[in-house]
Design a protein around this ligand. Sequence first.
Ligand code: NAX
Length: 327
Amino acid sequence: MSPKAPIRVAITGAAGNIGYSLLWRIASGNCFGADQPIILQLLEIPQGMDRLQGVVMELVDSAFPLVHDIVATDDAKVAFDGVNQAFLVGSRPRGPGMDRSDLVAANGPIFVGQGQALNAVAADDVRIIVVGNPCNTNALIAQRNAPDIPAERFTAMTRLDHNRAIGQLALKGGATPADVEGVIVWGNHSNTMYPDVSKATVKGASVVDTFDADWLASEFHNTVATRGGAIIKARGASSAASAANAALDHMRDWWTGTNGKPVSMAVPSKGWYDIPEGLMYSVPTICHADGTLEVITDWELDDAAKAKVKASADELLKEKAAVADLV
Ligand code: NAX
């Protein structure tokens, strides 16, 4: 069989903490397969270019057989030229005294420019994950500024929340993550997210039937929703390797398919579950091997779950209103 042609993979914020974990996993074939050559197209802001050059030197020194070329640039149109897979990681972190709406307003313009650049130069088959926070609304902004790219090619990352939920259930249940199935995180990547275990199983047994209901309602939910802050407190730095791992899981599943199993992905709502149309909202999503994403639209939600789904949608509506001029 003749070797595969390289695909172009863009990573923004490539000199940052998540980039530093993500790049090595992508370059070693963990995302797109051990036989899929890649061209890395790395974007930074001008102040990040020295750090990025250091990262490129280390990538060269890693001598990855799959890496056919590395582009390092501070120009989004160069980074996204012909790109097939885009990881939008770079954004401004939350500074002292900034609340969520300040963060939305500070980062919005970045995603206007990146959406426009993707629209102008990306490959026809481009697939995009937004990791940079607030990722759901940033993804919405990029998508609205890329009218020629089908909306469903834009997604935002809730996979870290999904993986955190699996990790907690495995720990509590004396199981491994592979034993945990059917967990879905709904909504915004924020503490309004809803980690739904109504259909989850551990070693085949229903979580709702076999786990302590109080633990599920309080400690489990809080641990998943506030894990990012707990990691900053313990480590003195925000989650980076686990975030990179989650981005990889999200894009690898989209690349290979999930064999009919749903995973958590924020995708543009079509109005299912009364989630306002267009919001980037995390829902149970099956990835098909042909690259299409299928949202499960008949998942049963009780009244309490519906209220949580609505609360997260309401938060996203507020974020959208804060950037109304950009979408
Ligand atoms: P870092 O501050 O280490 O790195 C971010 C990098 O992005 C920096 O090198 C910076 O120069 C660059 N950058 C900033 N603006 C840019 C632009 N316009 N174009 C290109 N590059 C730009 O942050 P890191 O720890 O890597 O986190 C990156 C983003 O991921 C943050 O927004 C963070 O909040 C978000 N996260 C999202 C998660 C999720 O689950 N969706 C979880 C982890 C993480 O908190």
